[in-house]
Write a protein that binds this ligand. Structure first.
Ligand code: ASP
Length: 439
């Protein structure tokens, strides 16, 4: 089986971390293609190399002296190279980077050098072939990723290469101009490479042992999720659980390749396996809980709304025209409620209300702010009776007032609206009932 392994910035932040990554790659000969990020933080106060590069380039663009900061960046690499006892000089590379910065080669070029240089170091350390992502990951002239061209170029190139390091985060357009994905984009490169080589597994090595059932800032020692489907993960990530770059899912999902999130600092932990579908039952009835604060509920009431054809469309038009995206839309017979992001809505509140009045002629428009949405996600809910009952009795016992309930027809999730102040307690109550007491 071919495995593609991607290491995040904290897994490659220092020589010690690099050595752990090296050991992981060497421990399994199937780990043939390696995607490094740029060196990340070594401690909470440290800088990520990518951030230093952006800052350095901003100085160059403002025609200020960027060389001291570039020297600092070079020192980060030298400490890794020396710590690993490698016989490798990056003098030539840094000379080129200095010249290109002075000639204002672009912010994407600047940021990409973090991964590029780390790729060179990694290839030397592992004895793998270095393949510059600029040659194999293709973007169009507007900076959009070209999936099919890339897949063709990359699979042809890697078919001739037994073991390679391909730096994450960037590629180039047809003219050779460097382009990057959005921040955290090395995850995407890993996924693209996995698709191109028909990998059996895409391992994504980071500094946590995979996804947790709930946010560890709210639930101390939250349990890990061993197995999750792509759809469940999408629901949880949408509601704020951050594990992978969103665009990393599509290439591997399309190709039916599972993702395994692993911990570089605890390589024996199996981490989280993300799959298309599974008949294995989840450990708990629910797979995960996630949520976000800061929503407003806009309730629109009108007698006989149910018989007015086109009412919803007209109401939604008021939001669309003001560029406001809609989160949820529970409705009753003569009432509909639209959940929107408070931050986005506040500045345009009066315009939206005005438009609603004009288009819908409602009897009443009521606004309630400072609300939070919580998603309880789980493929197991479909086959289990009483999940919703248990959630709501847990919330009632914790004296939490439920303001909205929305269950998707797929029965994959239940969305609950509560006041911002009740957010943490609501998550604790739901976690306790399913995970602690395993009801
Ligand atoms: N180095 C880039 C960033 O900090 C990309 C990545 O790490 O995935 O966003």
């Amino acid at each position: 089986m071919v495995k593609v392994v991607k290491f995040g910035g904290s897994s490659l932040a220092s020589a010690t971390q690099f050595a752990k990554a090296g050991e992981i790659v060497r421990a399994d000969k199937d780990r043939r293609y390696v995607i490094p990020s740029a060196p990340g933080r070594r401690s909470a106060k440290d800088d990520k190399v990518t951030d230093m590069l952006y800052r350095c380039y901003d100085l160059a663009e403002a025609e200020e002296d960027f060389k001291p900061l570039l020297r600092k960046i070079k020192e980060r690499y030298l400490s890794i190279i020396n710590g690993l006892n490698l016989n490798l000089s990056l003098d030539g590379e840094f000379k080129t980077i200095r010249e290109n910065f002075a000639q204002k080669a672009g912010r994407d070029y600047a940021a990409s050098r973090g991964e590029y240089l780390n790729g060179i170091v990694m290839a030397e350390y592992l004895g793998y072939t270095f393949i510059d992502a600029a040659e194999v990951i293709r973007f169009d002239d507007e900076g959009g990723f070209e999936a099919e061209t890339t897949n063709r170029i990359l699979s042809e190139r890697l078919a001739k290469c037994e073991r390679a390091v391909i730096p994450g985060f960037y590629g180039a357009d047809a003219q050779g101009k460097i382009r990057t994905f959005s921040r955290g984009g090395s995850d995407v490169t890993g996924s693209i490479v996995a698709r191109a080589v028909h990998a059996g597994m895409y391992e994504n090595w980071t500094d946590v042992s995979g996804c947790l059932v709930a946010d560890p800032r709210i639930i101390k020692d939250a349990q890990p999720i061993k197995l999750i489907t792509y759809r469940e993960l999408r629901e949880l990530s949408y509601m704020g659980a951050t594990v992978l770059h969103e665009d990393a899912i599509f290439p591997v999902r399309q190709a039916g390749i599972p993702i395994n999130i692993r911990n570089t600092n605890d390589p024996d932990d199996p981490g989280t396996l993300i799959v298309e579908s599974t008949c294995r039952k989840a450990e708990y009835t629910i797979t995960g809980i996630a949520g976000k604060k800061g929503f407003v509920a806009v309730s629109i009431d009108k007698d006989m709304m149910n018989s007015e054809v086109g009412f919803c469309r007209k109401a939604l038009q008021a939001f669309e025209e003001n560029g406001i995206s809609i989160e949820h839309m529970p409705s009753g017979i003569d009432t509909m409620t639209v959940f929107v992001h408070q931050e986005e809505f506040e500045g345009k509140e009066q315009q939206v209300i005005g438009a609603l009045r004009r288009y819908c002629r409602p009897d009443l428009i009521d606004l309630e702010g400072d609300l939070a949405l919580i998603a309880v996600v789980g493929r197991g809910m479909r086959a289990t009776r009483g999940t919703a009952g248990r959630i709501f009795s847990a919330l009632a016992h914790a004296s939490i007032n439920v303001k909205m309930i929305d269950q998707g027809s797929s029965e994959l999730n239940i969305i609950i609206g509560v006041s911002n102040n009740d957010f943490e307690n609501a998550i604790k109550a739901i976690y306790d009932i399913f995970v602690e007491t395993r009801l």
